[in-house]
Design a protein around this ligand. Structure first.
Ligand SMILES: NC(=O)c1ccc[n+]([C@@H]2O[C@H](COP(=O)([O-])OP(=O)(O)OC[C@H]3O[C@@H](n4cnc5c(N)ncnc54)[C@H](OP(=O)(O)O)[C@@H]3O)[C@@H](O)[C@H]2O)c1
Length: 246
C-alpha cells in the first residue's frame, strides 16, 4: 500500500481544481504534507475543507506565469517555509481550441507560459539540491495525449504538451544519477472544469470511450504512485492514461 509521512512535503500546482485538486487530496489522505498552489484562494480553501488532514495541507496563492524565470527562487522560498521537497506534481494548465486561421501569438504564448515554461522552471527549482530531499525525490508533470496525437484546433495546446513531455525526458536523464525521478502522465478526456468548458466534447467523443470518460482518480492514482517509493525504478517515462483512446 502506498503511504507517505508528514515529513514527505510535496508541491502540487493546480491544486484548486480538477486533477491537481484530486492529487492534493489523495496525497494528503495518504499522509504527505501538501503545498497546494493556484491563483484562486476561494477554491483552494474549498479544497482544503475537503482534505483528511488539514494540518498537513498548506495553500499558496500564486500566478505561476507572472515571473517565470524567478520560479526557482519561489521554490526556494517555499522550501524555507515548509522544508525540503520530496515531490512535485505539476498539474496546472490551460487549454484553448483555436484553428490556424485565427491563431494569434499572444494567446499562444499565454498557453505556453503555464503549460510549458512554468513547469520547466518549477522543475529547475525542484531539482536544485538545496530544495529537495535527494535520492528518492520525484516529480510528475501532466502532459496530455494531445501531445502525442493532435486533434483539429489543438495546435498550441498539443505543441505545449508535446514540448513538455520531451523536455521532462531530458531533465529526467540529467537528474537520474542523483536518484531524482522525473515522469509525465498523458491523460485523455477526464471530466473536470477544463473539459466541461470544451463545447460539444461529451457528445462528440462519448463513443470513443467504451468505459466512459475518465475520472479524476484515474489520473491522480497514477501521479501518486509515480511520486511514491513504489515507483523507485521508474523515470523518464510518459504514461498514457486513455482507456485505449489512441
Ligand atoms: N481534464 C482532462 O481531460 C485533461 C486531459 C489531459 C491533460 N490535462 C491536463 O491536466 C492539467 C489539469 O487539468 P484539469 O482538467 O484539472 O484542469 P482545471 O480543472 O481547469 O485545473 C487547472 C488548474 O490550473 C491552475 N492554473 C491555471 N492557470 C494558472 C496560473 N497561471 N497560475 C497558477 N495556477 C494556474 C488552476 O487554478 P487557478 O485558476 O485557481 O489558478 C487550476 O487549479 C492541465 O495541464 C491539463 O492540460 C487534462
Amino acid at each position: 500500500m502506498i503511504s507517505f509521512s508528514k515529513e514527505d512535503v510535496i508541491i502540487v500546482t493546480g491544486a484548486s481544481s480538477g486533477l491537481g485538486e484530486g492529487t492534493a487530496l489523495l496525497l494528503n489522505q495518504l499522509g504527505a504534507t501538501v503545498v497546494g498552489i493556484a491563483r484562486n484562494k476561494e477554491r483552494l480553501n474549498k479544497m482544503k475543507e475537503k482534505c483528511k488532514n488539514p494540518e498537513n495541507m498548506h495553500i499558496e496563492i500564486k500566478d505561476l506565469t507572472e515571473n517565470i524565470e524567478t520560479l526557482p527562487d519561489y521554490v526556494k522560498e517555499l522550501k524555507n517555509k515548509y522544508g525540503k521537497f520530496r515531490g512535485l506534481a505539476y498539474c496546472a494548465g490551460i487549454v484553448e481550441v483555436k484553428p490556424l486561421q485565427i491563431l494569434d501569438l499572444s494567446a499562444m504564448k499565454k498557453i505556453f507560459d503555464i503549460n510549458y515554461f512554468a513547469p520547466i522552471f518549477m522543475a529547475k527549482g525542484f531539482a536544485d539540491k538545496r530544495n529537495n530531499t535527494g535520492k528518492g525525490a520525484s516529480a510528475v508533470f501532466i502532459s496530455s495525449i494531445a501531445g502525442l496525437q493532435s486533434d483539429k484546433g489543438m495546435i498550441t495546446y498539443s505543441g505545449s504538451k508535446a514540448g513538455l513531455a520531451a523536455s521532462i525526458k531530458s531533465i529526467a536523464r540529467e537528474q537520474a544519477a542523483k536518484g531524482i525521478r522525473f515522469n509525465c502522465v498523458s491523460p485523455s478526456d477526464v471530466i473536470t472544469s477544463m473539459t466541461s468548458g470544451i463545447l460539444g466534447l461529451k457528445e462528440t467523443k462519448a463513443n470513443l470511450y467504451p468505459m466512459g470518460f475518465g475520472e479524476v482518480s484515474d489520473v491522480s492514482n497514477m501521479i501518486v504512485y509515480l511520486l511514491s517509493d513504489k515507483a523507485k525504478w521508474i523515470t523518464t517515462q510518459n504514461y498514457v492514461i486513455d482507456c485505449g483512446y489512441m
